[in-house]
Design a binder for this molecule. Sequence first.
Ligand code: FAD
Ligand code: TPP
Ligand code: MG
Length: 570
Amino acid sequence: MKLTGAEILCQSLEHLGVKHIFGYPGGAILPVYDALGKSKLHHILVRHEQGATHMADGYARATGGVGVAMATSGPGATNMVTGIATAMLDSSPVVCITGQVGSKLLGSDAFQEIDITGITMPITKHNVVVTRAEDIARTIREAFVIAKSGRPGPVLVDITKDAQQTSTEFDWNAATPKLPPKRVRAGIDKAALDRAIELLNSAKRPLILAGHGIMISGAMKAFDQFVRAGDFYVSMTLLGIGCFPANDPLNLGMMGMHGEAWVNHAIQEADLLIAVGMRFDDRVTGDLRTYAKSARKIHIEIDRAEINKNVAVDAALVGDAREVLEQLLPHIEKKDRTPWQNRIAEMKGDSAVRDIQSLPDTGHLYAAHVINDLWKETNGDAMVVTDVGQHQMWEAQYYHHNSPRTLITSGGLGTMGFALPAAIGAKFAKPDADVWVVVGDGGFQMTMCELATIVQEKIKVNIAIINNGFLGMVRQWQEFFYDKRYVATPLVAPDFAALANAFGIRGERVTARGDVTSTIRAARACKESVLIDFRVEQEDSVYPMVPAGASLHEMIRRPHNPLVETAAEP
Ligand SMILES: Cc1cc2nc3c(=O)[nH]c(=O)nc-3n(C[C@H](O)[C@H](O)[C@H](O)COP(=O)(O)OP(=O)(O)OC[C@H]3O[C@@H](n4cnc5c(N)ncnc54)[C@H](O)[C@@H]3O)c2cc1C
Ligand SMILES: Cc1ncc(C[n+]2csc(CCOP(=O)(O)OP(=O)(O)O)c2C)c(N)n1
Ligand SMILES: [Mg+2]
């Protein structure tokens, strides 16, 4: 059967099980759009190509499947760069398809010609220019295999206009990928496994560092069994949140710069750290010279390049988290952990002074109240998509996630503007999910144009703007480290509720603590999307805080006590 390259692309995507494409058209990709119109694929018209990549990323993170974004050449492609880098840093499987000028014009500075494969070389797992229609089906199959296999990541396929227009024979079965999936070592090193088992069974103060890789691997069940077999305490990275239920007594909470104080102290006192699918980011370790000095380390990690990159380890188990945990499981011996449990309880007791919710209403609305009320009102079952800044950290501290893939957030690149589009993508992936955007007044203004996408697609996503009138996280750094010189952080914003109305979305404003729950409840009951502008305390800070480069136990604590640092146990 003869088809154009554009038709082959659409049919290939259908073969790969793709249902949604987030994109924006233009001249160099028009043949594909023409074919899209005749296909079964649902194209979601975004308002900015950055939004398309975040939507594809949110879609991928909500399901573990591949998200697809599309744009034209030149500015369409360059607008994707931030979204691609965001996906790269958080190992998210996204396939970006861009149009390119005709192959005969390549290198001539043609209209809207840009070397997008050159630009995205360091921020994609793989990228490729396709100049022949007959290569499209195979290349797109390869793109999906590469994006999803091993350590996932973004792949960009740049297709010249003539390749889209030329007709050629289409045979899906013959278009098998030529690239092998990223090679994962066949077996886990026996000596390392023995060493790990010995360390696991001899440790007195073991602590698990649970990361994003557990979710990527789909290792939640094996992880749960592993934790219970050894009665191990679990701490999580920001991206690991959800891999183990927050309400389990063995779950201590988040580690790192804004992690729970008792977790950071426990890391420094542990005699064994078991890192599973996490990469020892500097937000997690603080000063490496003083990091977990008393602890031996086991690292379970699929990407060999991560081993000994930041933290030297005693046993490296290179492989898929689920497979490794399953191999370890039969060897784990039950131990009496009473002294370590007592020590943890002691450290926790210091910190969890009292529950934030039981504080009297002082007339101030704190972001922590909003997040904690959102958690209560949604029974912890919402899919929360956050932006970047203080509100992101408060979400991690005060919304207690019990299920995997229910917190979607940009960790590695820390991309402001991520939340709204990523939530739209997540909603398409999980139409029945109660999707909430938790976003700052700064980040919201970066991609708020996507409100129009919500309206055009008639989807239901609730938006909680944590409006503190500041680029809050930067203001916090200025408060702590620049003598409160608030340069370029006070932020004027539009009336967000009125703005929502202008887009055709219901808008609310909340200034009093007593109105938080009822407004959240009404928003959930409403069939359409609702935006709530929460006017919160302007100069509150996130505590505790390990200053960048400081030792993990050197945390700045809340100076006086109008609030506790984090809520008591969920
Ligand atoms: C303002 C701000 C503040 C932050 N503060 C904190 C903080 O206080 N605490 C914190 O934890 N983070 C914080 N972060 C996030 C931080 O920057 C990192 O993004 C995060 O720590 C990374 O978590 P991770 O290593 O679990 O996930 P990733 O970076 O996604 O790494 C996942 C790892 O798992 C591996 N992997 C993938 N698949 C598998 C598999 N199948 N099997 C085994 N391994 C696999 C990957 O190779 C990779 O090494 C902050 C971010 C921002 C923007
Ligand atoms: C695209 C981008 N630009 C700049 C930054 C640096 N930055 C990190 S947090 C932050 C402030 C965010 O302000 P806001 O969205 O209002 O959230 P808040 O911290 O107040 O909750 C800034 C500017 C960033 N992370 N991303
Ligand atoms: Mg703000």
